[in-house]
Design a protein around this ligand. Structure first.
Ligand code: DLL
Length: 448
Protein backbone atom coordinates (compact mmCIF):
# COMPACT_ATOMS: atom_id res chain seq x y z
CA UNK A 1 0.00 0.00 0.00
CA UNK A 2 1.52 3.34 -1.01
CA UNK A 3 1.32 5.29 2.19
CA UNK A 4 3.66 8.20 2.00
CA UNK A 5 2.06 11.03 0.16
CA UNK A 6 3.65 13.81 2.12
CA UNK A 7 4.29 15.68 -1.11
CA UNK A 8 0.55 16.00 -1.54
CA UNK A 9 0.03 17.30 1.96
CA UNK A 10 -1.21 20.76 2.79
CA UNK A 11 -3.38 21.06 -0.32
CA UNK A 12 -6.24 23.46 -0.45
CA UNK A 13 -9.89 22.39 -0.56
CA UNK A 14 -12.64 25.00 -0.92
CA UNK A 15 -10.28 27.69 0.24
CA UNK A 16 -9.32 25.96 3.49
CA UNK A 17 -5.97 24.38 4.10
CA UNK A 18 -6.35 20.67 4.73
CA UNK A 19 -3.71 18.13 5.44
CA UNK A 20 -4.06 14.51 4.36
CA UNK A 21 -1.81 11.55 5.08
CA UNK A 22 -2.99 9.73 1.93
CA UNK A 23 -4.75 12.38 -0.10
CA UNK A 24 -5.59 10.30 -3.18
CA UNK A 25 -7.21 7.62 -1.06
CA UNK A 26 -8.98 9.92 1.36
CA UNK A 27 -10.56 12.07 -1.34
CA UNK A 28 -11.23 9.28 -3.88
CA UNK A 29 -14.50 9.79 -5.79
CA UNK A 30 -17.20 7.53 -4.34
CA UNK A 31 -17.70 5.50 -7.55
CA UNK A 32 -14.02 4.59 -7.60
CA UNK A 33 -14.14 3.83 -3.89
CA UNK A 34 -17.10 1.48 -4.50
CA UNK A 35 -15.24 -0.30 -7.32
CA UNK A 36 -12.21 -0.76 -5.06
CA UNK A 37 -14.47 -2.05 -2.27
CA UNK A 38 -16.08 -4.63 -4.55
CA UNK A 39 -12.73 -5.91 -5.76
CA UNK A 40 -11.52 -6.20 -2.18
CA UNK A 41 -14.76 -7.70 -0.86
CA UNK A 42 -14.42 -10.51 -3.38
CA UNK A 43 -10.80 -11.10 -2.34
CA UNK A 44 -11.71 -11.07 1.36
CA UNK A 45 -14.56 -13.54 0.86
CA UNK A 46 -12.14 -15.77 -1.05
CA UNK A 47 -9.52 -15.48 1.70
CA UNK A 48 -12.10 -16.40 4.35
CA UNK A 49 -13.57 -19.24 2.28
CA UNK A 50 -10.28 -20.82 1.29
CA UNK A 51 -8.39 -20.42 4.55
CA UNK A 52 -10.88 -20.50 7.44
CA UNK A 53 -12.87 -23.75 7.80
CA UNK A 54 -15.44 -21.92 9.98
CA UNK A 55 -16.28 -19.45 7.18
CA UNK A 56 -16.20 -22.13 4.50
CA UNK A 57 -18.68 -24.30 6.42
CA UNK A 58 -21.05 -21.39 6.88
CA UNK A 59 -20.83 -20.21 3.29
CA UNK A 60 -21.31 -23.79 2.07
CA UNK A 61 -24.36 -24.14 4.31
CA UNK A 62 -25.78 -20.97 2.73
CA UNK A 63 -24.86 -22.28 -0.79
CA UNK A 64 -22.66 -19.24 -1.38
CA UNK A 65 -19.32 -19.23 -3.16
CA UNK A 66 -16.96 -16.23 -3.26
CA UNK A 67 -17.78 -15.78 -6.97
CA UNK A 68 -21.42 -15.17 -6.08
CA UNK A 69 -20.41 -11.76 -4.69
CA UNK A 70 -20.93 -9.63 -7.81
CA UNK A 71 -22.03 -6.31 -6.35
CA UNK A 72 -21.60 -4.55 -3.02
CA UNK A 73 -25.26 -5.30 -2.21
CA UNK A 74 -24.39 -9.00 -2.44
CA UNK A 75 -22.74 -8.59 0.95
CA UNK A 76 -26.21 -9.36 2.28
CA UNK A 77 -25.78 -12.93 1.05
CA UNK A 78 -22.98 -13.44 3.57
CA UNK A 79 -23.66 -14.65 7.12
CA UNK A 80 -22.92 -12.39 10.11
CA UNK A 81 -19.98 -13.04 12.43
CA UNK A 82 -20.44 -12.39 16.17
CA UNK A 83 -18.12 -12.13 19.16
CA UNK A 84 -18.97 -15.64 20.38
CA UNK A 85 -17.71 -17.04 17.05
CA UNK A 86 -14.24 -15.81 18.06
CA UNK A 87 -14.61 -17.26 21.55
CA UNK A 88 -15.94 -20.60 20.24
CA UNK A 89 -12.91 -20.85 17.97
CA UNK A 90 -10.45 -19.80 20.68
CA UNK A 91 -7.61 -19.11 20.31
CA UNK A 92 -6.68 -19.15 16.61
CA UNK A 93 -9.61 -20.85 14.85
CA UNK A 94 -10.66 -17.83 12.74
CA UNK A 95 -7.15 -17.08 11.50
CA UNK A 96 -6.65 -17.35 7.75
CA UNK A 97 -2.88 -17.71 8.09
CA UNK A 98 -0.77 -20.18 10.09
CA UNK A 99 0.09 -18.80 13.53
CA UNK A 100 3.79 -19.11 12.72
CA UNK A 101 3.45 -16.54 9.92
CA UNK A 102 1.86 -13.87 12.12
CA UNK A 103 3.76 -10.88 13.42
CA UNK A 104 1.59 -10.05 16.45
CA UNK A 105 -1.36 -11.08 18.59
CA UNK A 106 -3.65 -8.86 20.68
CA UNK A 107 -6.49 -9.93 22.97
CA UNK A 108 -9.45 -8.46 24.79
CA UNK A 109 -9.40 -8.50 28.58
CA UNK A 110 -12.15 -11.14 28.55
CA UNK A 111 -14.24 -10.25 31.60
CA UNK A 112 -16.73 -12.93 30.61
CA UNK A 113 -14.88 -16.19 30.01
CA UNK A 114 -12.17 -16.62 27.40
CA UNK A 115 -10.47 -13.58 25.87
CA UNK A 116 -10.95 -12.72 22.22
CA UNK A 117 -7.69 -13.21 20.35
CA UNK A 118 -6.83 -11.33 17.18
CA UNK A 119 -3.78 -11.72 14.90
CA UNK A 120 -1.90 -9.63 12.34
CA UNK A 121 0.49 -10.35 9.49
CA UNK A 122 3.28 -7.87 8.71
CA UNK A 123 1.03 -6.40 6.00
CA UNK A 124 -1.87 -6.09 8.45
CA UNK A 125 0.37 -4.17 10.85
CA UNK A 126 1.49 -1.89 8.02
CA UNK A 127 -2.10 -1.15 7.04
CA UNK A 128 -3.02 -0.50 10.68
CA UNK A 129 -0.14 1.97 11.12
CA UNK A 130 -1.15 3.71 7.86
CA UNK A 131 -4.77 4.02 8.95
CA UNK A 132 -3.79 5.28 12.39
CA UNK A 133 -1.42 7.81 10.77
CA UNK A 134 -4.31 8.83 8.50
CA UNK A 135 -6.51 9.20 11.59
CA UNK A 136 -3.90 11.30 13.41
CA UNK A 137 -3.57 13.61 10.41
CA UNK A 138 -7.36 13.79 10.04
CA UNK A 139 -7.59 14.79 13.71
CA UNK A 140 -5.09 17.63 13.25
CA UNK A 141 -1.77 15.99 14.21
CA UNK A 142 1.23 16.71 11.98
CA UNK A 143 4.68 15.22 11.33
CA UNK A 144 7.07 16.56 13.94
CA UNK A 145 4.42 16.75 16.67
CA UNK A 146 5.09 15.31 20.10
CA UNK A 147 2.44 12.66 20.80
CA UNK A 148 1.88 11.69 24.43
CA UNK A 149 0.32 8.23 24.29
CA UNK A 150 -1.58 7.34 27.47
CA UNK A 151 -3.53 4.44 25.96
CA UNK A 152 -2.65 1.21 27.71
CA UNK A 153 0.22 -0.75 26.12
CA UNK A 154 0.01 -4.54 26.04
CA UNK A 155 -2.74 -6.82 24.83
CA UNK A 156 -5.15 -3.86 24.46
CA UNK A 157 -4.89 -2.47 20.92
CA UNK A 158 -4.99 1.20 22.04
CA UNK A 159 -1.35 1.64 23.09
CA UNK A 160 0.52 -0.06 20.26
CA UNK A 161 -2.08 0.99 17.66
CA UNK A 162 -1.61 4.69 18.43
CA UNK A 163 2.14 4.21 18.88
CA UNK A 164 2.92 2.87 15.42
CA UNK A 165 0.44 5.24 13.79
CA UNK A 166 2.13 8.26 15.36
CA UNK A 167 5.54 6.98 14.26
CA UNK A 168 4.24 6.38 10.73
CA UNK A 169 2.94 9.96 10.63
CA UNK A 170 6.42 11.18 11.45
CA UNK A 171 5.64 12.31 14.99
CA UNK A 172 7.72 11.78 18.12
CA UNK A 173 5.93 9.34 20.45
CA UNK A 174 6.11 9.23 24.23
CA UNK A 175 5.03 5.63 25.01
CA UNK A 176 3.58 6.46 28.42
CA UNK A 177 0.73 3.91 28.69
CA UNK A 178 -2.00 4.38 31.34
CA UNK A 179 -1.45 5.07 35.05
CA UNK A 180 1.13 7.09 37.03
CA UNK A 181 -1.02 10.14 36.49
CA UNK A 182 1.34 12.48 38.30
CA UNK A 183 4.15 11.46 35.98
CA UNK A 184 1.90 11.86 32.94
CA UNK A 185 1.32 15.49 33.92
CA UNK A 186 5.03 16.17 34.46
CA UNK A 187 6.00 14.67 31.08
CA UNK A 188 3.19 16.35 29.14
CA UNK A 189 4.43 19.66 30.52
CA UNK A 190 8.20 19.08 30.39
CA UNK A 191 8.34 17.51 26.90
CA UNK A 192 5.73 19.89 25.44
CA UNK A 193 3.27 17.37 23.99
CA UNK A 194 0.97 18.86 21.34
CA UNK A 195 -1.14 15.69 20.99
CA UNK A 196 -2.66 13.60 23.78
CA UNK A 197 -4.03 10.08 23.28
CA UNK A 198 -6.14 8.49 26.04
CA UNK A 199 -9.65 7.40 26.87
CA UNK A 200 -11.89 10.43 27.49
CA UNK A 201 -12.43 9.38 31.10
CA UNK A 202 -8.68 9.17 31.72
CA UNK A 203 -8.15 12.58 30.06
CA UNK A 204 -10.47 14.01 32.72
CA UNK A 205 -8.61 12.18 35.48
CA UNK A 206 -5.38 13.78 34.21
CA UNK A 207 -7.03 17.22 34.09
CA UNK A 208 -8.37 16.81 37.59
CA UNK A 209 -5.08 15.80 39.21
CA UNK A 210 -3.26 18.59 37.37
CA UNK A 211 -5.74 21.14 38.71
CA UNK A 212 -5.28 19.80 42.22
CA UNK A 213 -1.50 20.08 41.85
CA UNK A 214 -1.82 23.63 40.63
CA UNK A 215 -0.56 22.74 37.13
CA UNK A 216 -2.52 24.57 34.43
CA UNK A 217 -2.53 22.21 31.44
CA UNK A 218 -4.46 24.84 29.48
CA UNK A 219 -1.18 26.75 29.36
CA UNK A 220 0.72 23.67 28.12
CA UNK A 221 1.54 22.93 24.46
CA UNK A 222 -1.45 20.52 24.19
CA UNK A 223 -3.65 21.33 21.19
CA UNK A 224 -5.24 18.09 20.02
CA UNK A 225 -6.63 15.07 21.88
CA UNK A 226 -7.53 11.75 20.23
CA UNK A 227 -10.03 10.21 22.59
CA UNK A 228 -11.89 6.93 22.16
CA UNK A 229 -12.23 3.29 23.25
CA UNK A 230 -15.40 4.07 25.24
CA UNK A 231 -18.66 5.93 24.67
CA UNK A 232 -18.61 9.62 25.60
CA UNK A 233 -21.00 12.50 25.20
CA UNK A 234 -20.81 15.97 23.61
CA UNK A 235 -21.05 17.38 27.16
CA UNK A 236 -17.98 15.35 28.14
CA UNK A 237 -16.15 16.70 25.07
CA UNK A 238 -16.80 20.27 26.18
CA UNK A 239 -15.70 19.53 29.74
CA UNK A 240 -12.42 18.02 28.49
CA UNK A 241 -11.79 20.90 26.08
CA UNK A 242 -12.33 23.54 28.73
CA UNK A 243 -10.20 21.81 31.33
CA UNK A 244 -7.30 20.76 29.08
CA UNK A 245 -7.41 23.60 26.58
CA UNK A 246 -7.31 21.43 23.47
CA UNK A 247 -9.52 20.27 20.60
CA UNK A 248 -11.01 16.89 21.53
CA UNK A 249 -11.37 14.49 18.59
CA UNK A 250 -13.36 11.24 18.65
CA UNK A 251 -11.56 8.12 17.39
CA UNK A 252 -13.19 4.71 17.00
CA UNK A 253 -12.07 1.16 16.50
CA UNK A 254 -12.31 -2.35 17.83
CA UNK A 255 -9.83 -5.18 18.12
CA UNK A 256 -11.89 -7.69 16.16
CA UNK A 257 -11.70 -5.41 13.12
CA UNK A 258 -8.19 -3.96 13.68
CA UNK A 259 -7.93 -1.71 16.75
CA UNK A 260 -8.05 2.11 16.93
CA UNK A 261 -8.17 3.92 13.58
CA UNK A 262 -11.19 2.28 11.94
CA UNK A 263 -12.81 5.75 11.95
CA UNK A 264 -11.82 9.21 13.15
CA UNK A 265 -13.24 12.74 13.18
CA UNK A 266 -11.73 15.52 11.09
CA UNK A 267 -11.54 19.11 12.29
CA UNK A 268 -15.20 19.66 11.35
CA UNK A 269 -16.21 17.11 13.97
CA UNK A 270 -19.47 16.17 12.35
CA UNK A 271 -19.02 12.40 12.35
CA UNK A 272 -16.05 10.03 12.19
CA UNK A 273 -14.71 9.25 8.71
CA UNK A 274 -14.80 5.45 8.38
CA UNK A 275 -11.93 4.33 6.15
CA UNK A 276 -13.92 2.69 3.38
CA UNK A 277 -10.98 1.51 1.28
CA UNK A 278 -10.26 -1.00 4.08
CA UNK A 279 -13.68 -1.59 5.65
CA UNK A 280 -17.25 -1.99 4.44
CA UNK A 281 -19.77 -0.45 6.82
CA UNK A 282 -23.45 -1.40 7.14
CA UNK A 283 -26.06 -0.27 9.66
CA UNK A 284 -28.77 -2.81 10.45
CA UNK A 285 -31.78 -3.12 12.69
CA UNK A 286 -30.40 -5.36 15.47
CA UNK A 287 -33.76 -7.11 15.87
CA UNK A 288 -34.74 -7.84 12.26
CA UNK A 289 -31.17 -7.74 10.83
CA UNK A 290 -32.52 -5.68 7.90
CA UNK A 291 -30.53 -2.68 6.63
CA UNK A 292 -31.81 0.65 7.97
CA UNK A 293 -32.11 3.69 5.66
CA UNK A 294 -29.10 6.03 5.63
CA UNK A 295 -29.19 8.41 8.59
CA UNK A 296 -31.24 6.05 10.78
CA UNK A 297 -29.84 4.54 13.96
CA UNK A 298 -28.93 0.88 14.12
CA UNK A 299 -26.13 -1.58 14.82
CA UNK A 300 -22.87 -1.00 12.98
CA UNK A 301 -21.71 -4.06 11.03
CA UNK A 302 -18.19 -4.08 9.59
CA UNK A 303 -16.51 -6.28 6.97
CA UNK A 304 -12.74 -6.04 6.64
CA UNK A 305 -11.55 -5.60 3.05
CA UNK A 306 -7.79 -6.06 3.33
CA UNK A 307 -7.06 -8.03 6.51
CA UNK A 308 -4.94 -11.08 5.73
CA UNK A 309 -4.69 -12.87 9.10
CA UNK A 310 -8.21 -12.29 10.39
CA UNK A 311 -10.72 -11.53 7.63
CA UNK A 312 -14.07 -10.59 9.20
CA UNK A 313 -17.31 -11.04 7.31
CA UNK A 314 -20.15 -8.79 8.52
CA UNK A 315 -18.96 -8.47 12.12
CA UNK A 316 -21.76 -7.41 14.49
CA UNK A 317 -20.08 -4.66 16.54
CA UNK A 318 -23.14 -4.11 18.82
CA UNK A 319 -22.31 -0.41 18.60
CA UNK A 320 -25.30 1.82 17.92
CA UNK A 321 -24.84 4.67 15.46
CA UNK A 322 -25.97 6.34 12.22
CA UNK A 323 -23.96 6.96 9.07
CA UNK A 324 -24.01 9.62 6.38
CA UNK A 325 -22.38 9.61 2.95
CA UNK A 326 -22.98 13.35 2.43
CA UNK A 327 -19.82 15.23 1.36
CA UNK A 328 -17.72 16.68 4.19
CA UNK A 329 -16.13 20.13 4.08
CA UNK A 330 -12.69 18.59 4.68
CA UNK A 331 -12.76 17.07 1.19
CA UNK A 332 -12.64 13.47 2.40
CA UNK A 333 -15.17 11.32 0.58
CA UNK A 334 -15.32 8.47 3.09
CA UNK A 335 -18.62 8.11 4.95
CA UNK A 336 -19.13 9.51 8.41
CA UNK A 337 -20.17 7.46 11.40
CA UNK A 338 -21.97 9.64 13.92
CA UNK A 339 -21.03 9.47 17.58
CA UNK A 340 -21.53 5.96 18.97
CA UNK A 341 -24.38 6.40 21.45
CA UNK A 342 -23.95 3.05 23.18
CA UNK A 343 -23.83 -0.68 22.67
CA UNK A 344 -26.81 -2.97 22.23
CA UNK A 345 -25.56 -4.84 25.31
CA UNK A 346 -25.17 -1.61 27.37
CA UNK A 347 -28.77 -0.66 26.91
CA UNK A 348 -30.72 -0.69 30.15
CA UNK A 349 -34.48 -1.00 30.23
CA UNK A 350 -35.72 0.88 33.27
CA UNK A 351 -39.46 0.34 33.68
CA UNK A 352 -39.90 0.04 29.96
CA UNK A 353 -37.72 3.00 28.98
CA UNK A 354 -34.57 2.22 26.98
CA UNK A 355 -31.58 4.07 28.44
CA UNK A 356 -27.91 4.22 27.48
CA UNK A 357 -25.35 5.29 30.11
CA UNK A 358 -24.19 8.06 27.74
CA UNK A 359 -27.65 9.69 27.94
CA UNK A 360 -27.35 9.87 31.71
CA UNK A 361 -23.81 11.22 31.31
CA UNK A 362 -25.05 14.04 29.08
CA UNK A 363 -27.53 15.10 31.78
CA UNK A 364 -25.02 14.86 34.64
CA UNK A 365 -22.29 16.86 32.97
CA UNK A 366 -24.67 19.75 32.39
CA UNK A 367 -25.68 19.92 36.07
CA UNK A 368 -24.26 22.49 38.51
CA UNK A 369 -21.92 21.34 41.34
CA UNK A 370 -21.48 17.83 39.86
CA UNK A 371 -18.06 16.49 38.83
CA UNK A 372 -17.92 14.52 35.54
CA UNK A 373 -17.56 11.15 37.29
CA UNK A 374 -20.48 8.81 37.83
CA UNK A 375 -21.59 5.20 38.12
CA UNK A 376 -24.98 3.69 37.47
CA UNK A 377 -26.04 0.87 39.79
CA UNK A 378 -28.76 -1.36 38.40
CA UNK A 379 -30.71 -3.70 40.69
CA UNK A 380 -33.79 -5.85 40.48
CA UNK A 381 -36.50 -4.74 42.88
CA UNK A 382 -39.36 -7.23 42.73
CA UNK A 383 -39.86 -7.76 39.01
CA UNK A 384 -38.65 -4.31 37.99
CA UNK A 385 -35.20 -2.95 37.22
CA UNK A 386 -34.16 0.03 39.27
CA UNK A 387 -31.31 2.49 38.73
CA UNK A 388 -29.32 4.38 41.31
CA UNK A 389 -27.15 7.17 39.95
CA UNK A 390 -24.01 7.77 41.98
CA UNK A 391 -22.56 11.20 41.37
CA UNK A 392 -19.76 13.19 42.92
CA UNK A 393 -19.74 16.86 43.90
CA UNK A 394 -17.07 19.24 42.74
CA UNK A 395 -14.49 20.34 45.30
CA UNK A 396 -15.72 22.93 47.77
CA UNK A 397 -19.41 21.99 47.75
CA UNK A 398 -20.61 21.78 51.40
CA UNK A 399 -22.28 18.55 52.61
CA UNK A 400 -25.47 20.37 53.56
CA UNK A 401 -26.04 21.04 49.85
CA UNK A 402 -25.96 17.33 48.91
CA UNK A 403 -29.66 16.71 49.41
CA UNK A 404 -30.75 19.56 47.19
CA UNK A 405 -28.22 18.45 44.52
CA UNK A 406 -29.61 14.89 44.62
CA UNK A 407 -33.15 16.21 44.10
CA UNK A 408 -31.98 18.45 41.27
CA UNK A 409 -30.16 15.60 39.47
CA UNK A 410 -33.12 13.22 39.85
CA UNK A 411 -35.43 15.91 38.49
CA UNK A 412 -33.23 16.55 35.44
CA UNK A 413 -32.95 12.83 34.65
CA UNK A 414 -36.71 12.42 34.99
CA UNK A 415 -37.54 15.36 32.77
CA UNK A 416 -34.88 14.73 30.09
CA UNK A 417 -34.79 10.90 29.90
CA UNK A 418 -38.11 10.01 31.50
CA UNK A 419 -36.91 7.59 34.16
CA UNK A 420 -37.18 7.71 37.93
CA UNK A 421 -33.84 7.12 39.67
CA UNK A 422 -32.39 7.32 43.16
CA UNK A 423 -29.44 9.69 43.28
CA UNK A 424 -26.59 9.23 45.75
CA UNK A 425 -24.31 12.25 46.08
CA UNK A 426 -20.73 11.39 47.04
CA UNK A 427 -17.79 13.48 48.22
CA UNK A 428 -14.96 14.42 45.84
CA UNK A 429 -12.82 11.39 44.76
CA UNK A 430 -15.28 8.79 46.01
CA UNK A 431 -16.19 7.54 42.53
CA UNK A 432 -13.39 5.27 41.23
CA UNK A 433 -11.24 6.83 38.45
CA UNK A 434 -10.23 4.84 35.39
CA UNK A 435 -6.85 4.68 33.69
CA UNK A 436 -8.40 3.07 30.62
CA UNK A 437 -12.02 2.30 29.87
CA UNK A 438 -14.26 3.67 32.67
CA UNK A 439 -16.66 1.32 34.45
CA UNK A 440 -19.95 3.22 34.19
CA UNK A 441 -22.44 0.51 35.16
CA UNK A 442 -22.49 -1.81 38.17
CA UNK A 443 -25.10 -4.39 37.32
CA UNK A 444 -26.27 -6.13 40.49
CA UNK A 445 -29.19 -7.91 38.85
CA UNK A 446 -29.22 -11.68 39.30
CA UNK A 447 -27.70 -13.44 36.26
CA UNK A 448 -30.42 -15.07 34.16
O1 DLL B 1 -11.21 0.16 22.28
C1 DLL B 1 -9.85 0.19 20.29
C2 DLL B 1 -9.60 1.65 20.49
C3 DLL B 1 -8.48 2.05 21.22
C4 DLL B 1 -10.43 2.60 19.92
C5 DLL B 1 -8.21 3.40 21.37
C6 DLL B 1 -10.16 3.95 20.07
C7 DLL B 1 -9.04 4.35 20.80
P1 DLL B 1 -11.73 -2.78 22.03
O2 DLL B 1 -11.08 -2.83 23.35
O3 DLL B 1 -11.85 -4.02 21.23
O4 DLL B 1 -10.96 -1.78 21.08
O5 DLL B 1 -13.15 -2.12 22.25
C8 DLL B 1 -13.98 -1.83 21.16
O6 DLL B 1 -14.99 0.02 22.36
O7 DLL B 1 -16.89 -1.84 19.98
C9 DLL B 1 -17.01 0.30 21.17
O8 DLL B 1 -18.05 -0.29 21.93
C10 DLL B 1 -16.02 0.97 22.10
N1 DLL B 1 -15.44 2.15 21.47
C11 DLL B 1 -14.25 2.27 20.86
N2 DLL B 1 -14.07 3.55 20.41
C12 DLL B 1 -15.21 4.23 20.74
C13 DLL B 1 -15.65 5.56 20.55
C14 DLL B 1 -10.75 -0.44 21.33
N3 DLL B 1 -14.91 6.49 19.94
C15 DLL B 1 -15.26 -1.20 21.64
N4 DLL B 1 -16.91 5.88 20.99
C16 DLL B 1 -16.15 -0.77 20.50
C17 DLL B 1 -17.67 4.96 21.61
C18 DLL B 1 -16.08 3.33 21.39
N5 DLL B 1 -17.29 3.70 21.82
Amino acid sequence: MGATTMAEAGVSVAGASHYYFERARETMPRERLAALQLKRLRATTKNAYENVPFHRARLDAAFIEPNDVRSLDDIRLLPFTVKTDLRDNYPFGLFARPRSSLARLHASSGTTGKPTVVGYTENDLRTWADLMARSFACAGARPGDLVHNAYGYGLFTGGLGAHYGAERLGATVVPMSGGSTERQIALITDFGARVLCSTPSYALAIAELAERQGVDLRQSALEVGLFGAEPWSEAMRQEIEVRLGLTAIDIYGLSEIMGPGVACECEHRSGLHGWEDHFLFEVIDPESNAPVPEGHAGELVITTLTKEALPMLRYRTRDITRVTRAPCDCGRTHLRILRITGRTDDMLIIRGVNVYPSQVEAVLIGTAHIAPHYQLVVERRGSLDHMTVEVEVRHGVPPDAFEAIARDVAHHIKSLIGITTDVVVKKPDEIPRSQGKAVRVRDLRPKE
